[in-house]
Design a protein around this ligand. Structure first.
Ligand code: PLP
Length: 277
């Protein structure tokens, strides 16, 4: 593994921060996860733009310009030398004696790790995955990619304990997104997915997929799918950096569509993988 902390690369075991870091004490920070295809980072500009937006939204001064991040990411990938890498970036507000409010002059803690990416098995992709729904108990700024992930952690753990792949979050009857992915519902041959805004993370993969769908003449409705839409859907799929485009074939024990990843899901997955070569 490769680690980078506050300006230098170092062994992961030596990459330690203060117990007074506000990331540790308050979850006061933001992050990104980027993956490589054929050793090259995918959609870096979109991820770095989102890191910047997340940081600004919480008044955190994110110290590295895009060019510095890009160069660091490439160096990290090169040092790690994996077939495919998963790059984690995190910026916290820095270390200070514990106090909810913060001083303007804190020095942010900047972290990057590069680890080997284990792609989702081809068999899982072709079979699709099961999911469950649960109440979306997150805060009102889910568009900020905050390291404060407790509600996502609990949702993900529920999926694990239930023996399904992902938890689909539902807020006041509306499907927002997954615990680590965006959710797209197919009805009457068109895509329905939650609009960008404070209730979802604006997924980089979501944006690529919606663009590809529109380019191929598939109608896209950016509105919240209802729970009814979810269970009447012809197809449901997840999008995300780690899940890519992944068919959901069962929700809360009920079969979705034919019980296999749908035709449109498979076509979109193909269009998507053509972007990654
Ligand atoms: N929604 C949540 C809550 C996430 O954590 C993620 C991260 O993967 C996504 C959606 C998908 O975003 P992206 O496609 O940028 O990875």
């Amino acid at each position: 593994e490769v680690a980078f902390l506050n300006g230098r690369f170092l062994p992961l075991a030596d990459a330690t921060v203060s117990i007074e870091d506000r990331g540790f004490q308050f979850g006061d920070g933001v992050y990104e996860v980027i993956r490589t295809y054929r050793g090259r980072p995918f959609e870096v500009a979109a991820h770095l733009a989102r890191l910047d937006r997340s940081a600004r939204a919480i008044q955190l001064h994110q110290p590295y310009p895009e060019a510095r991040w890009s160069q660091l990411i490439l160096e990290g990938i090169e040092r790690a030398a994996y077939p495919e890498s998963k790059i984690y970036l995190q910026v916290t507000r820095g270390a200070a004696p514990r106090d909810h409010s913060y001083a303007a002059d804190l020095v942010p803690t900047v972290v990057m790790t590069v680890r080997e990416l284990q792609p989702i098995a081809a068999a899982v992709k072709s079979r699709g995955v099961a999911a469950m729904t649960t109440e979306d108990i997150r805060w009102g700024r889910c568009d900020v990619k905050s390291i404060n992930l407790l509600a996502n952690v609990l949702a993900r753990q529920q999926a694990k304990q239930t023996g399904v792949y992902e938890t689909i979050l539902v807020k006041d009857g509306s499907v927002t997104e997954g615990s680590v992915s965006n959710v797209v519902v197919v009805r009457d041959g068109s895509l329905i997915t939650a609009p960008e805004g404070p209730r979802i993370l604006s997924g980089v993969t979501r944006a690529v997929v919606l663009r590809l769908a529109r380019d191929h003449g598939v109608a896209v409705h950016e509105r919240y799918p209802s729970q009814g839409d979810l269970f009447a859907a012809e197809e449901v799929f997840l999008t995300g950096t780690t899940v890519e485009v992944l068919g959901v074939v069962e929700i809360d024990g009920k079969t979705v569509g034919s019980g296999q990843p749908g035709r449109l899901t498979n076509r979109i997955a193909e269009w998507f993988s053509a972007q990654t070569v």
